[in-house]
Write a protein that binds this ligand. Structure first.
Ligand code: FES
Ligand SMILES: [Fe+2]
Length: 447
């Protein structure tokens, strides 16, 4: 038990119109340790795509919380997930991000393992004078407690006492389907990744992906360039999918999108985007409607920012980005990002997607760097001690309704709660889903 009380950290009283979060959640090192143990190392987290280790003996490395892991495809084609630590003295076995190898040799004393994790050699074992106790031990790499896949998305848990992966993902599986079903061949990561490391808490990124409210404030330079390009109408500028829609604009009218929250902390922030040539999938628009029906096709074209709690985000807005959040300390976070794309799209569509991606998401782009600067500024403000409660989780509270709506019904989606944005609501109520999932997991250790 700790000195914290949950009610002092999250003030969740919907009947009184109150939802507040304490700044301590963003800065306290003891809370951070508990989060690592009970959220990141205590339940399912996203670890990568199956296509990142597609061929026999391919591997990639990642982390579950603070624990390094390896995902490896063996010679028979089966995927495994191991703790990336040599059983001899715990040295990290593989240091590279990805590769292909039949054998992995530990850099310290050369214990050797195959791609299925089996120990194949203990250097100088015969002359080692080991006792019977050592001989009886298993010297293979340690598999993680749970490892599962949903349509190429790989998840793992260091804790065996978790619900099934299907139960954990629940309705959010249908939102992953929207990503995967854009191509009969599924999705892949465009080669190359960017790692952002920012001096702020991991939950700043978690919130930002679902935060429509900040867009016009944080990204005015991007919006000005959209305006400029619209005036010039030059053929060599990158067409923008956000420029072709108006759900984010203050003067938008009628229903522009909304938010949905699901069990276990997964959320969706969405906006209506027309089926237009400003979206790289346009080349498949008719085929997708034939294969999946018009409603599901239209949802594939909508702006969708999906979070699978606690560490996966897929942002389909100005292009298509996959983000994986890795907390390093209360005030330090790493975010790895990739462009995620339908397999088998034409070279022209892929080029267009990458240009849009560079425009918005990359460090040289006009959006993500603005966001990360705001996280760092927010982290400085989290030092405030006298007024612990943030006021950033109240907008839209009274608009939030239990269950789904007509837009969710179109694809048979059953959210736990939803908000339909009548023009610019930009609600913050879906963050409650994150913090309720957070509180549920932390309730094991915080009274
Ligand atoms: S730590 Fe790996 S062989 Fe010694
Ligand atoms: Fe942003």
């Amino acid at each position: 038990m700790t000195g914290f009380a949950l009610r002092d950290l999250i003030d969740d009283r919907p009947e009184d119109g109150v939802f507040r979060v304490n700044r301590a959640l963003f800065r306290d090192p003891d809370l951070f340790d508990l989060e690592m143990k009970h959220i990141f190392e205590g339940g399912w987290v996203f670890i990568g795509l199956a296509t990142q280790a597609e061929n026999p003996h391919d591997y990639f490395t990642s982390f579950i919380g603070r624990v390094p892991i390896i995902v490896s495809r063996d010679g028979e084609g089966a995927l495994h997930c191991f703790v990336n630590a040599c059983p001899h003295k715990g040295v990290r076995l593989i240091q590279k991000l990805c590769g292909n190898a039949r054998r992995h040799v530990c850099p310290y004393h050369s214990w050797t393992f195959d791609s299925a994790g089996a120990n194949k050699n203990i250097k100088w074992q015969k002359s080692g004078c080991y006792g019977a106790g050592f001989d009886q031990e298993n010297h293979n790499l340690a598999p993680v407690a749970k490892f599962g896949e949903y349509r190429g998305f790989l998840f793992a848990s260091l804790n065996a006492d978790v619900p099934s992966l299907d139960e954990h993902l629940g309705e959010a599986r249908k939102l992953l389907d929207l990503v995967v079903d854009k191509s009969p061949e599924g999705v892949e990561l465009v080669p190359g990744r960017v790692t952002f490391t920012y001096a702020a808490n991991w939950k700043m990124q978690l919130e930002n992906c679902s935060d429509q409210y900040h867009f016009t404030s944080t990204h005015p330079s991007y919006i000005r360039i959209l305006d400029q390009r619209a005036k010039e109408q030059a053929e060599d500028v990158v067409q923008s999918s956000l420029g072709a829609s108006d759900f984010w604009q203050e003067e938008a009218s009628g229903t522009s999108g909304g938010t949905m929250s699901f069990d276990h902390g997964h959320v969706l922030n969405w906006g209506i985007m027309p089926v237009s040539s400003a979206i790289p999938e346009f080349e498949r628009a008719e085929q997708l409607a034939r294969d999946h029906g018009e409603a599901k096709r239209n949802w594939m074209f909508n702006m969708r920012n999906l979070t699978i709690f606690p560490n996966l985000q897929i942002a389909e807005n100005a292009s298509s980005q996959m983000r994986v959040i890795r907390p390093l300390a209360a005030g330090l976070t790493e975010m790895q990002t990739w462009c995620i794309a339908p397999r088998g799209e034409s070279a022209q569509a892929r080029t267009f997607r990458i240009r849009q991606y560079e425009d918005f998401f990359n460090p040289t782009g006009m959006a993500t760097p603005d966001d990360t600067v705001c996280y760092e500024e927010a982290q400085l403000g989290m030092a405030e001690q006298d007024r612990p409660w943030l006021q950033g989780h109240a907008r839209g509270l009274t608009a939030s309704k239990e269950g789904g709506n007509m837009y969710a019904d179109m694809i048979d989606l059953k959210p736990a709660r939803n908000v339909v944005a009548d023009a610019q609501l930009c609600d913050e109520s879906l963050f409650a889903s994150y913090y309720r999932a957070w509180a549920q997991r932390m309730a094991e250790v915080i009274a």
